[in-house]
Ligand binder design. Structure first.
Ligand code: ADP
Length: 492
């Protein structure tokens, strides 16, 4: 379309040129004819010769306009970007085009190894087997051992799920295909599925390889039958693809999520993501190791152990960001040693930036430690400082006493704080909700008691008595929790 436009324009311009030259020549001849006796110099004759040349040029250009146009286009091509851009803009974007454009699956070779991952040693150990399998599959095939096709990394954001998956690829020296679950969510039905197919085709072509799907919950949510067609077709394709290759094909699918409970059961069935690895927020030891890693090439003048303690509740990624911010501040000060002040400034920046990075002060840590120590005492189970909920009782037919014991475990933290500091604190509303739900179940569903409030009040009174009688033990456990961030069964 634009080519025709250019041709017409050129034609129009040439015609104008011929017409103007003709008019001027006629005017000149008329002037010479009328005043030839007065013309002294040869200027007029030069003028007429120039006009005739112009006229001939215009006629020549008009006759050879196609060749002239080709020449102009060729010159323009030197200005490539402009033409390419124009061409791109002219293209209509149809569904088909869109489908073609979306093939953005690239593999990378990972240069991350286990050395770059600090702490989480139990996770590394679990994944070492995967690395070994990718490195020497024959060792396993000889005994007909099938390793899981998929490993699901479960944990909150920033605990190193992506990093560890990259490290597995780096250790095994195999290509790494990264895709986030959200990138499969597309506008047109079938496009997400196409992308899944493409991902597995590429991985198979370069096997052994690691396919990493971050935030798999974006496509792997439970299918309801009524919802999003596109997401369901994508999930179905993922299931088909995972069933479609053998365990010895050399493809290992690693996926990450922080919401295991929302995933479709089909994904968790044998032969798919049948291995699950849990990652938690780093404990005190891990935080120290992460700090060591990020501070290894820089001088610092603060107490690293104290800092590790104060960062309770921080994710590994947040610790990495904190050190980076502190380094930036050090550079700003034109210094080569990170000071305590740099760390404090970085903490403030992070705290304002993100809600979940709230730094607990001593009093808040104390309250949380009493809360968790009371829970540990009542449940007689290992408990960590930031652990949420309790280990659920999975009895199929729970007795009334077992249900009441569970309610007791959920309420233990609140009553423990009340007994030790003589004040009520809003620590964990999720525990209260669980206790209420269980009391409701006990009264309304199983009719084991007549009044929800009464059930809860009786449990609370029982707890008040038990915890007051063992206040010394609770305080002892609280101190263990403050020192180690964990109370083990032996401590209780
Ligand atoms: P997730 O996938 O769990 O959200 P990432 O793996 O993307 O977390 O972590 C983000 C960044 O945090 C990493 O690139 C790395 O810089 C840092 N990080 C996370 N975990 C660790 C760790 N265990 N050791 C060292 N750095 C870590």
């Amino acid at each position: 379309m634009s080519q025709n436009l250019n041709k017409n324009q050129l034609d129009k311009n040439l015609k104008l040129m011929i017409l103007s030259a003709t008019v001027l020549i006629v005017l000149f001849f008329y002037t010479i004819y009328k005043s030839s006796s007065h013309i002294q110099s040869s200027t007029y004759y030069f003028g007429i010769v120039f006009l005739i040349i112009l006229f001939l040029c215009a006629i020549f250009a008009r006759v050879y306009r196609d060749k002239l146009k080709a020449f102009i286009d060729k010159t323009r091509k030197n200005n490539g970007f402009e033409t390419e851009l124009a061409k791109e803009q002219e293209k209509p974007v149809s569904e088909n085009e869109y489908m073609k454009k979306e093939s953005t699956i690239d593999m990378v070779s990972s240069n991350v190894t286990f050395k770059d991952v600090a702490g989480i040693s139990s996770v590394k150990e679990e994944l070492e087997e995967v690395v070994d399998f990718l490195n020497s599959p024959k060792k396993y095939q000889k005994f007909d051992v099938k390793l899981p096709k998929g490993v699901l990394l479960v944990g909150p954001p920033g605990v190193g799920k992506t990093l560890i998956a990259r490290a597995v690829a780096g250790e095994a020296q195999v290509p790494f295909f990264y895709q986030s679950g959200a990138s499969f969510v597309q506008i047109y039905v079938g496009m997400g599925a196409k992308k899944v197919r493409e991902l597995f085709e590429k991985a198979k072509a370069t096997a052994p390889a690691i396919v990493f799907i971050d935030e798999i919950d974006a496509i792997g949510k439970q299918r309801t039958g009524t919802s999003n067609d596109e997401r369901e077709s994508t999930l179905n394709e993922l299931l088909t693809q995972m069933d479609g290759f053998e365990g010895d094909s050399g493809i290992m699918v690693i996926a990450a999520t922080n919401k295991l409970e929302v995933l479709d059961d089909a994904l968790l069935r044998a032969g798919r993501f049948d291995r699950r690895v849990h990652l938690n927020l780093p404990n005190i030891e891990d935080r120290r190791k992460i700090l060591d890693l990020y501070l290894q090439n820089v001088n610092f003048s603060f107490d690293i152990d104290k800092l590790a303690i104060s960062l309770a509740g921080f994710s590994s990624a947040a610790i990495a960001t904190l050190v980076n911010e502190a380094k930036l501040n050090m550079i700003k000060r034109d210094d080569a040693t990170i000071s305590e002040e740099d760390i404090e400034i970085a903490k403030i920046k992070l705290e304002f930036g993100k809600k979940e990075n709230k730094i607990l002060n001593d009093k808040q840590r104390d309250i949380l430690a009493i809360y968790q120590a009371s829970k540990a005492y009542i449940t007689q189970q290992k408990t960590t400082l930031f652990q949420e909920g309790i280990k659920k009782d999975d009895t199929i037919y729970p007795s009334k006493t077992e249900l009441l014991n569970q309610i007791k475990a959920y309420l233990a933290g609140f009553i423990g704080v009340e007994v030790v500091v003589h004040e009520l604190y809003a620590v964990n509303s999720a525990d209260l909700k669980e206790a209420n739900a269980l009391a409701k179940l006990l009264v309304e569903e199983y009719e084991m008691a007549s009044n929800i409030k009464e059930v809860l009040e009786n449990v609370k009174n029982e707890l008040r008595k038990e915890l007051s009688n063992n206040k010394e033990k609770i305080i002892e456990l609280k101190n263990i929790m403050l020192d180690n961030e964990v109370i083990k069964e032996d401590d209780i």
